[in-house]
Design a protein. Structure first.
Length: 352
């Protein structure tokens, strides 16, 4: 498989520090590494610093309820003959972290984490058409506390499930053009849970099903001239089907969404020298005007990002930063306005 882009590392800066996307998503779940040339190992880390606060129903100021968090990723890709390639990708696609220390929601907290391993194989049908498919093994766990709902708490133990990914790409290597369409299936997990509240016997045990949503990624890039690359993506996620409602929670859903989400990213990469390239990007997700949930109180965003990639022999180091204007959300649960986040990230790739 031919390498399509001199600025692949720079293009990665568009998603280095994703911080905030639709629902509880933290990555775009891209399989873009499958298009890299030869064999490559990649490691990445991002750090998010959201600043989210609002006015609760009392009304009092909630204070900052959004702790900082780190995310990690990695991947390995290799060619198998002239037409086949294989990639193994690790990421942490979903997460939520909230902690209120003031006002009506004082003591309300949530901590949801996930990790996923995706194995993808590709086949070059021609030098311009590539088909790829694979499977995902995803693990998730969570805790939450809602004192306002009869001192309710829940612990959901770690559970794992399988999904699949499939897609196709059209490419013209001579002009660094590629358009790739990727579908990811839902992943279902069944968690052992323990619930507590003033209305329940102590440590009430049970199970809860969680289904993370299906998604479609359209990713594209094209060379404008020998030193400039335009890249971007459109991502649809079926968030309207997502629902976290524990069996004995009387406050409705802990987290749910009434609408699907479409996230747009567009960027430009520029080769500055034989060893250095730069990229800038913008991102957008429409504010859909939904009622805020205390555990997910923002709606949509606009972002600006920038980064640099330095290449030294077979090592490529990419670093970037994003500033995100988080969308306002107003409803019976409160008013959350003028919030923002900063994300930084670092990716190291080694060609072998």
């Amino acid at each position: 498989m031919k390498k399509l882009s001199f600025a692949a590392g720079a293009a990665l800066l568009a998603s280095t520090a994703m911080v905030q996307a639709g629902g509880i998503e933290r990555t775009s779940q891209s399989v873009d590494i499958i298009f890299e040339e030869g064999s490559i190992v990649e490691f990445g880390m991002s750090y998010a610093m959201p600043s989210v606060s609002g006015i609760d129903p009392v009304p009092t100021n909630t204070g900052i309820m959004s702790p900082n968090y780190a995310s990690f990723s990695g991947g390995y890709k290799t060619d198998i003959g002239d037409k086949f390639a294989l990639a193994i990708i690790f990421d942490q696609p979903f997460g939520s972290l909230a902690e209120y220390t003031a006002g009506f929601y004082n003591g309300t907290a949530a901590d949801l984490t996930s990790s996923a391993i995706t194995v993808v194989g590709s086949y070059d049908v021609t030098d311009r058409i590539v088909l790829f498919a694979g499977g995902t093994y995803q693990t998730m766990q969570a805790t939450a506390a809602v004192p306002g709902a009869a001192l309710y708490t829940i612990t959901a133990d770690s559970a794992s499930g399988f999904g699949y990914v499939a897609g196709a790409a059209f490419q013209i290597p001579d002009i660094a053009l590629r358009v790739a369409l990727t579908y990811r299936s839902t992943v279902s997990t069944t968690h052992d849970i323990v619930e507590n509240s003033l209305l329940l016997p102590p440590d009430t045990a049970g199970t809860m099903d969680v289904v993370t949503p299906q998604s479609v990624n359209l990713e594209f890039q094209t060379g404008v001239n020998p030193k400039t690359l335009v890249f971007g993506s459109i991502r649809w996620v079926d968030w309207s089907t997502f629902d976290l409602t524990p069996p004995n929670y009387l406050g409705g859903a802990l987290v749910d969404y009434t609408d699907d989400r479409i996230t747009y990213n567009l960027g430009v990469g520029r080769k500055l020298s034989e060893t250095l390239s730069a990229a800038v990007s913008i991102g957008y997700e429409k504010n859909l005007g939904g009622d805020p949930s205390p555990l997910a109180p923002t709606d949509g965003f606009f972002s600006l990002g920038a980064g640099l990639t330095y290449t030294m022999d077979n090592i490529k180091i990419s670093g970037g930063a994003k500033y995100i204007w988080l969308g306002d959300s107003v409803g019976p649960a409160g008013t959350f306005e003028n919030n923002s986040a900063i994300g930084v990230g670092l990716t190291v790739s080694v060609s072998m």
